[in-house]
Design a protein around this ligand. Structure first.
Ligand code: KG4
Ligand code: ZN
Length: 336
């Protein structure tokens, strides 16, 4: 089954052609991130306009790259949420339009679930597994029973882990999106120089809280009233980035340990942009020597159309009907 997948939840437009949920024939991405850099975060209207400009040329590009035509496409898939409404609408309306024009079924899928599915595209992990979605918008611990069947174990009560990286990056004067820059300046620096702490959520040992950690970084830079300027050297900023990153990841690993020990967990699956961080991988390798870890390939880690097409294949196999044309974009969707 050849699936054409569309991703437009935030500032990346992704279009991909995937065969039988696992073979990526073409996976093209356009990003409007540069336009947002000066705002320190995504400017929604610019993101929507970026999708409008990119989506048709990318569709033509992936068909050409894969040597396929519209006749070869069996199913059209689109991320229906969660995300920015204007951005979602571009992908959803485009997918519906193609579905009518080409007379093909279409299905809407959950973007967050697709991030996790990305770790199952190239390999088939043993299940049940512990799933960790670590992105700019989500921090989730899930028990993965099978594709499409999850139990939510933990989530963040405030900032998502990627969001905390982006905010800390802004405090450190680094560009958006900040995660890769925080990782870069932290390399080789002192991880224990700043005594930071991640939040604990009362009566919810598997939930996360990163906003206090972010505020501690602010205090380290601006003093206890948050208004001064401590003028840290570049080396000290590197130490602060390394200390922040270490505390955030050790917290994720400790809660993942608790979650994994509570069921017959056979593997760990990772999804979302933060999984690109090499220190995160090192820490989990150290803390889970007995379990196989499945990270998505680099091209499937950030927002992309291939994970959408891949997940849609499984969804359509289970329930082979087209979604209705009045399917709505959803800015929030619970995954479990
Ligand atoms: O999964 P994603 O592309 O988008 C969402 O669905 O949110 O993730 C983007 C997030 C951003 O917050 C970005 O700063 C973070 O992933 N990120 C990283 C790294 N690369 C991207 N965070 C930490 N270290 C990285 N190397
Ligand atoms: Zn995403």
């Amino acid at each position: 089954m050849l699936v054409l997948g569309f991703e437009s939840t935030c500032d990346e437009t992704g279009v991909a052609l995937v065969e039988d949920g696992h073979i990526v024939l073409a996976n093209a991405i356009a990003s409007s991130a540069e336009l947002h850099a000066k705002f320190g975060g995504v400017f929604p209207e610019y993101a929507s306009r970026g999708h409008v400009e990119a989506i048709l040329p990318l569709t033509e590009q992936v068909l050409k790259e894969a040597g396929k035509t519209k006749e070869d496409v069996d199913l059209i898939a689109v991320a229906m949420g969660p995300g920015l409404l204007g951005s979602l609408l571009v992908g959803l309306q485009f997918a519906k339009g193609l579905s009518i024009a080409w007379n093909k079924p279409f299905v809407g899928v959950n973007h967050v679930e697709a991030h996790l599915y990305a770790a199952m595209m190239k390999e088939r992990p043993p299940l049940p597994a512990l799933g960790l979605v670590l992105s700019g918008g989500h921090t989730l611990l899930l028990k993965v029973l099978e594709v499409g069947c999850y139990e939510r174990l933990g989530t963040t009560v405030d900032d998502a882990v990627g969001e905390a990286f982006d905010k800390v990056a802004t405090l450190l004067g680094l560009p958006y999106p900040g995660g890769p820059h925080v990782e870069r300046i932290a390399i080789g620096r002192n991880r224990s120089r700043f005594p930071l702490q991640a939040g604990k959520v009362k009566k919810s040992p598997l939930d996360f809280s990163f906003s206090g950690l972010k505020t501690s970084v602010l205090y380290a830079l601006k003093g206890q009233d948050g208004a001064g300027d401590i003028s840290l050297s570049e080396e000290e900023k590197g130490d602060l980035a390394a200390s922040f990153q270490e505390v955030a990841f050790q917290d994720l690993a400790a809660k993942a340990r608790l979650a994994a020990d509570a069921f017959d967990c056979k593997a760990l699956l990772f999804g979302g942009g933060v999984c690109q961080n090499r220190r995160l991988k090192e820490i989990f390798e150290e803390k889970f020597p007995e379990l196989p870890l499945f990270f998505p390939e680099a091209s499937l880690t950030l927002d992309n159309g291939a994970m959408i097409a891949g997940l849609a294949y499984h969804q359509f196999l289970k329930n082979p009907v087209s979604d209705p044309l009045d399917l709505e974009a959803k800015t929030r969707i619970p995954i479990a």
